[in-house]
Design a protein around this ligand. Structure first.
Ligand code: G6P
Length: 605
């Protein structure tokens, strides 16, 4: 949430800062800005909206300078306009910030008599604190260091000072920040993606660290201001900026990549030859009494599906929680639990906080992530990759199916370790998982049928998604996908729960998407479907050939997915709800890859 980049360069930095911002745009796209020191003088340009608006302004009024900081914003405090866009200036100081300064009102009050605040942001107080400290005669380093002590909350900062052209100051508490080492330059960025074109040699700041960066050196200090060395990480190959290719949107490209990305996930967790799962080193499923899965958004729904798998196949009790709720309810934790954080980015603030909470409580922790250089991957006892490759569309698609795939394989590993799954059972279920890329390819062939349905669907004001068992989280995920990119109000429900209230909302023509491949709960779901149909709902039934044979005539529209083992059906159904949301949003003309008000990486609570 919010992206930061900084360069202490030997040549003009503006174009490279803008390039870095484009890579960071997934973290927020409400507004952006850039500040440089031009012969020691602070100058800036800011713009409301996407980076291209800033680029256009920079074409009109170019900025030159060999030191600069830049920012792309996801608004927390203050509306997203140019005035609230970073960098924020106060006197000699310019600052970019990711996070939330929780005591900013207190600081504002304290400085009220001495300072005038010109924005609604929490960030502006940082620039004022440092500038005031400089006024009091402190050196730039001392001014920066003492000001940090006044801040409560989460921050990743980049700060430059007028007349002090050799330095960028940086600090990290609660929000990720890395330094990039160049031959004749140094860099600062929110993550490896931001720095990809600049450096492959990264140094991740740790909690409470702050740093002074010059063109050819950097010094890092810990929270007690002691000089520290942090390890250098070499990023292999450099995460290339994903390209859309011939696809209209990244989201569509990522939906279509799924046969390949699921295959990549599988290769890590299943041995094709032996038809068995690889039990990740460090996980002793046999002696666990509980698995705790914590995540946000789409990743949470992946965890919710996995609960069914771990319980039914691994015979192990699973608790799934929303990360923003987990630690505040003071959960009762047993030492024999395995904590699994599920996160595409590996940076989501609440999920990371839950991981740290469990680690501090002595639990074994694992992080199932797409970004292996992320904070969660580095801090968890066990980092579990999903290998889905860079996901650019804000609405998560391929990361979701890869999370499901990895969790399904882990459930098989649990079943084997705990003797709740026979060898034959393991062979059958591993085979089904290995078949998934092929089944996903077949499901993608339904694209034009789904697109045709989406045309009418896009006229709806509200929609419902229903399912039972593992299809309940799929109903939630389907509704979430639709809401986030098409802005149509949608709710997912357990099919049996609808009659306890929400059915009152069904009117003539209300679209209801029913997810019901043929299984032991099929008939019950179909009864629930008839309850809403009797009240005028327009039914889209997502089922398989066996289900369609029975209920074809009861549904207004039908999508028949390839026949497969019920174990992997949630992965297949995911493709359908993704395509449905995508085509609906395209009909409505929304910004599919960067929907309003959202960000891909949410690094504030
Ligand atoms: C944001 C994104 C969602 C994502 C959620 C969790 O809200 O827009 O697509 O599911 O964060 O992100 P994570 O990186 O932890 O999976």
């Amino acid at each position: 949430m919010c992206g930061i980049i900084g360069i202490v360069g030997s040549t003009d930095v503006t174009d490279r800062l803008v390039d870095g911002l484009k890579r960071l745009e997934y973290r927020g796209y409400d507004s952006s800005g850039i500040a440089v020191l031009d012969k020691g003088v602070l100058k800036r340009e800011r713009a409301e909206g996407k980076i291209k608006a800033l680029e256009a302004k920079l074409k009109e009024t170019p900025l030159d300078g060999s030191i600069g900081i830049a920012h792309t914003r996801w608004a927390t405090h203050g509306v997203p306009n140019e005035n609230n866009a970073h960098p924020h200036f106060a006197g000699r100081v310019g600052v970019v910030h990711n996070g939330i300064i929780e005591n900013f009102l207190e600081i504002r009050k304290k400085l009220g008599g001495k300072r005038t605040f010109t924005t609604q942001t929490d960030t502006e107080v940082i620039a004022h604190l440092v500038d005031l400290a400089l006024d009091s005669g402190l050196s730039p380093i001392e001014a920066f260091k003492t000001s940090l002590k006044e801040l409560h909350g989460a921050y990743a900062l980049g700060l430059i000072i007028n007349d002090n052209p050799g330095y960028i100051f940086a600090a990290r508490a609660g929000s990720p920040l890395a330094l990039g080492i160049g031959e004749t330059e140094m860099y600062l960025g929110s993550d490896a993606t931001a720095l990809a074109q600049l450096s492959q040699k990264l140094v991740y700041l740790e909690e409470g660290d702050w740093a002074v960066i010059t063109k050819d050196n950097y010094d890092i200090f810990d929270k007690d201001d002691k000089p520290v060395e942090r390890p250098i990480t070499i990023i292999s190959g450099g995460p290339a900026m994903a390209e859309k290719g011939n696809y209209r949107h990244f989201m569509l490209k990522e939906i279509y990549e799924q046969p390949e990305t699921i295959g990549r996930t599988l290769s890590n967790y299943i041995s094709d030859f032996h038809r068995e799962t690889n039990i990740p080193e460090g996980i002793d499923f046999k002696n666990l009494d509980r698995v705790i899965i914590v995540a946000c958004g789409t990743a949470y729904y992946a965890g919710a599906v996995a609960k069914y798998w771990f319980e039914q196949i691994g015979g192990i009790s699973v608790e799934v929680d929303i990360a923003s709720e987990f630690r505040y309810r003071k959960p009762v934790l047993s030492q024999n639990s395995l904590f699994i954080a599920v996160s595409q980015s590996g940076e989501t603030a609440d999920t990371l906080a839950a991981l740290r909470y469990c680690k501090a409580s002595g639990l074994k922790t694992a992080a199932l992530v797409n970004v292996m250089t992320s904070t969660m991957a580095r801090e968890a006892d066990i980092a579990l990759p999903i290998n889905a490759g860079p996901e650019i569309g804000v609405a998560s698609t391929k990361a979701f199916t890869s999370q499901l795939t990895a969790l399904a394989a882990l459930a098989l590993a649990a079943g084997r370790s705990r003797n709740t799954l026979s060898r034959d059972g393991e062979i059958r279920l591993s085979r089904s998982l290995i078949e998934t890329p092929r089944l996903v390819t077949q499901t993608l062939e339904l694209d034009s049928i789904i697109e045709a349905f989406a045309f009418d669907f896009s006229k709806a004001k509200s929609a419902f998604y229903l399912g039972r068992g593992p299809y309940v989280p799929l109903a939630f995920e389907g509704a979430l996908k639709l809401k986030e990119i098409s802005y149509i109000h949608a709710e997912g429900y357990a099919a049996g729960e609808l009659k306890h209230g929400p059915i009152a909302l069904i009117e003539d023509g209300t679209p209801v998407i029913v997810i019901a491949p043929y299984d032991n709960l099929y008939e019950k779901t179909i009864s629930n479907m008839q309850e809403v149909s009797a009240r005028g709902a327009r039914i889209l039934l997502i089922t398989d050939a066996a289900g369609a044979k029975i209920s074809e005539e009861l549904a207004d529209d039908l999508i028949i997915v390839p026949t497969c083992d019920g174990f992997v059906a949630p992965i297949i159904i995911a493709i359908v709800v993704q395509l449905l949301a995508y085509h609906t949003a395209v009909h409505l003309g929304t910004d599919v890859d960067q929907p309003r008000n959202l960000a891909k990486s949410v690094t504030v609570e």
